[in-house]
Design a binder for this molecule. Structure first.
Ligand code: AMP
Ligand code: MG
Length: 317
């Protein structure tokens, strides 16, 4: 079913068998917990044991919307849904179709992204059909999603709120509302020994089939480097994709070119990111070179997903 972030694969969150079926359909490791979706704020208290003041403030401000909160779980939530953890992830999506489905289903829908584990998240019903068409009972087609990246996850099980997954609701927005908020240390450095706290963030996610390299630096150097690397691969007879932006799309003479959006409007980049990766899969790209983005506001979420798609294969120029 559609949500404002990406398509979700839903099942009854309070039924352990439904959660097991979700893991099976996606090929998802069962230690990677699911997000419970609600569509009425009054339903929150039944699935958690405590809602700290700061979580109430965020719920008030950003729900319904692309924000997931980690809270201590109530006994009614099966461990199958939370991947064995004592905390539970909860979100109240703003998409009308999602809300109606959740209410019709009894109020609690466990839903990870509706992709095969490891593939880019689906932003159209077609993407879901491609990955899971044979494994699931129904797809509700709500057209293309709005945001295009998964929700921001904020953990409230510690004193200071921690962002476990960056998303549309940025660190800057959270800090403005709550004061001190920090990024999960496991997210900051891919090569650090600290594991990300969200189990799902440790996997190489969002990956296209091609070998993706991110090229970061000043625009001139980035364009020059991508053209050179693409040229080398093309000379070897390889299929090469280039992820550029509206601002630079006239500067790449060779290779399959796709603009990911306008650098000046980060939300367009978020919106197109997964579709561009899937398109290059469909077009048979073997190597993809992508421009990098600044890591402020929504850029933090964009770079988190691109870094993971690239398996942290990054070239600084
Ligand atoms: P997805 O369902 O594909 O949007 O992924 C959900 C993300 O939320 C994964 O990265 C999970 O590891 C994370 N998550 C869900 N529940 C928890 C929890 N209780 N504690 C920490 N992370 C969680
Ligand atoms: Mg996912």
């Amino acid at each position: 079913f559609p949500t404002e972030t990406v398509y979700g694969l839903g099942g009854n969150a309070l039924d352990p068998k439904a959660s097991m079926k979700i893991y099976a359909a996606k090929g998802r490791p069962s230690d990677n917990p699911l997000i419970i979706h609600i569509a009425d704020i009054r339903d929150l208290d039944k699935i958690v044991t405590e809602v700290p003041e700061k979580a109430r403030i965020l719920a008030e401000k950003y729900w319904p919307g692309p924000l997931t909160m980690i809270l201590p779980k109530a006994d009614i939530v099966p461990k199958e849904t939370t991947g064995g953890l004592d905390s539970v992830a909860v979100r109240f999506p703003s998409d009308r179709i999602a809300q109606e489905l959740i209410l019709a289903a009894g109020g609690y829908v466990a839903a990870p992204s509706a992709n095969t584990s490891g593939r880019p998240s689906p932003t159209t019903a077609g993407h879901v059909a491609e990955d899971l068409g044979d494994a699931i009972d129904m797809i509700i087609d709500g057209g293309q999603v709005n945001i295009g990246l998964e929700s921001t996850i904020v953990d409230f099980t510690e004193e200071v709120p921690v962002v476990l997954r960056p998303g549309y609701i940025s660190l800057e927005m959270l800090q403005e509302t709550l004061g001190e908020v920090r990024m999960d240390k496991g997210l900051i450095k891919p090569d650090s020994k600290v594991h990300p706290k969200a189990p799902g963030m440790k996997y190489r996610h969002y990956a296209p089939k091609a070998d993706l390299t991110l090229v970061e630096g000043e625009t001139e150097a980035v364009v020059e480097t991508i053209n050179r690397l693409a040229g080398e691969k093309l000379a070897e007879g390889r299929k090469v994709g280039i992820i550029c932006t509206d601002e630079t799309k006239d500067r790449y003479p060779a290779g399959m070119l796709e603009s990911i959006g306008a650098r000046a409007r980060q939300e367009t980049v978020a919106h197109n990111l997964y579709a561009v990766l899937r398109d290059f899969d469909d077009r048979g790209a073997e190597y993809i070179f992508s421009e990098g983005f600044s890591e402020d506001n929504l850029g933090r979420a964009i770079m988190n997903r691109l870094n993971k798609a690239a398996g942290y294969h990054i070239l600084k120029v």
